[in-house]
Design a protein around this ligand. Sequence first.
Ligand code: GDP
Ligand code: MG
Length: 298
Amino acid sequence: MGSLVIREWAGFHQFPAATQTKLIDFMGKLKQENVYTLTILVLGKGGVGKSSTVNSLIGERAVTVNNFQSESLRPMMVSRTRAGFMLNIIDTPGLVEAGYVSYQALELIKRFLLNKTIDVMLYVDRLDAYRVDELDRQIITAITDSFGKEIWRKSLLVLTHAQLCPPDDLTYDVFCSKRSDAILRTVRTGARFWKRDFEEIPIPVVLVENSGRCNKSESDEKILPNGDAWIPNLVKTIINVATNGREGITVDKKLIDGPDSNERGKVLIPVIALAQWLAVKWFVRAIKNDIKQGKSPL
Ligand code: GDP
Ligand code: MG
């Protein structure tokens, strides 16, 4: 099991006043909907900025950020309470090991999540990467196979390293939408959604800049090149997904063990018996017909 740390949300006071005001407002809205706990699962490849995003969200150095790929293999849940509200964020190891999907990491994450309900999943990748490849699709398929397709209805795409200067003559907004469209297309195919089903409930995209060198607004909030204060925007989007009317994803033993082949076999027994009975009936009738018509049965 990974470690669990529950503390008063001290990092809240590290945010600039403008951010604090917005966060208090969002939390008030959650309470109006009788939501007092939010559990957020953070998934993605290694080195994309998962742990940094957890720290940015909490306003504390709660989890270790790695400059090199030697990440811890254990998930870690950081819990913070504030004014009767509890925020749980689960940081996880990267889902790639030696160029392949790490099913071992996914297994560990699933076991760690036993009896927990995921309200929101952050799928993290970098904005400043140029390709989406087969491995990305396989990661998305592996997440879908582990937690079910519904997890994508409780997800948002987080793109880190968002303080960038787009290449050539692309504007910032065009660059961002090209990158996010490419990843979202991969989510659709990797999670095996029909195009229409996928577009019905769009997965929101949030840009993030975890670097200490992130530009700031006059009110001291961290802002992106398009002027957006990204921390309140991220929290707001998380809350929108949490309250989008879909159930959270509860990780129970059945989900962890996968469909039990014995159980599946038991369900199939009456179906097979019925098929056999129909086949025998059809065969007997065919023989009787043949006899009636004077043909010799097979
Ligand atoms: P993880 O493996 O996905 O948890 O990634 P980490 O959070 O450990 O980050 C990996 C490296 O990327 C660290 O050196 C971070 O400082 C850096 N990093 C993470 N997010 C950002 C970001 O938004 N901007 C920049 N410039 N660096 C980032
Ligand atoms: Mg990490």
